[in-house]
Design a protein around this ligand. Sequence first.
Ligand code: NDP
Length: 244
Amino acid sequence: MATDKKIALVTGANRGIGLETARQLGQKGITVIAAARSLSAAEETADKLKAEGLDVVPVKLDVTKAADREAAAKFVADHYGKLDILINNAGVGDDLFNQKVSETSEEELLKIFGTNVFAVVAVTRAFLPLLKKSDAGRIVNLSSILGSLTLHADPNSPIAGVKAFAYDASKAALNSFTIHLAAELKDTKIKVNSAHPGWVKTEMGTEAAPMEIPEGAQTSVELALIGEDGPNGRFIHLGQELPW
Ligand code: NDP
């Protein structure tokens, strides 16, 4: 049942950057598995993109739920026998700019790390055997420039003083995951990178964001399609490397 066509799975594909990433990958002739927290949201997304002529298949995947991860990986194994591209896009920010260290509860930290870090590790582990069956496996972790410790530590950087502690720390931890996994997989055909999409007009990014969603999906799509000589274990925004 292994197919020559590339197979991509996008988490949180029902809206925002995930939906547009699914669309742009579909427009490249890739079969896209649109994964969303609920089956109805995944189906609605797949129907919308299929109406645009794209090859899109819905899958229920609440990234924090082990049963969903196992079922989704089994679905991909049974139907395609491999996975070429995993876009770990699903993420939460909550009350993003109101997360001072002194005011962030343990519950809030667990919630944000649960989705942005622990679930990404678990989703990636679930799909790793299928990614290893690809000729060119690509893993893209949706990070944020707010996860850059180097920029936070620089008083002159544009993000210095941003008080999104739980979110920023979760993306810094996600970046650590990217570095560790890329090192572990260096002798395989899989490449793993962190993407900063830009500050994008989505529910999370808000209307104040300068970047429109199509451009916001560009970094994820580029990293999904890099060749053998492309970056590995890097933090990238629109082709430019960011400091960790
Ligand atoms: P949105 O808030 O618009 O969308 C978030 C997506 O993640 C939704 O599809 C949501 O699903 C999904 N999601 C959240 N939790 C889960 C879960 N447990 N299981 C499955 N899906 C889940 O965010 P964006 O599109 O803006 O962000 C996408 C990624 O890009 C995130 O990782 C974010 O941190 C990152 N990013 C965004 C920036 C921006 O400016 N927008 C800047 C830097 C990084 P549901 O509809 O069910 O809630």
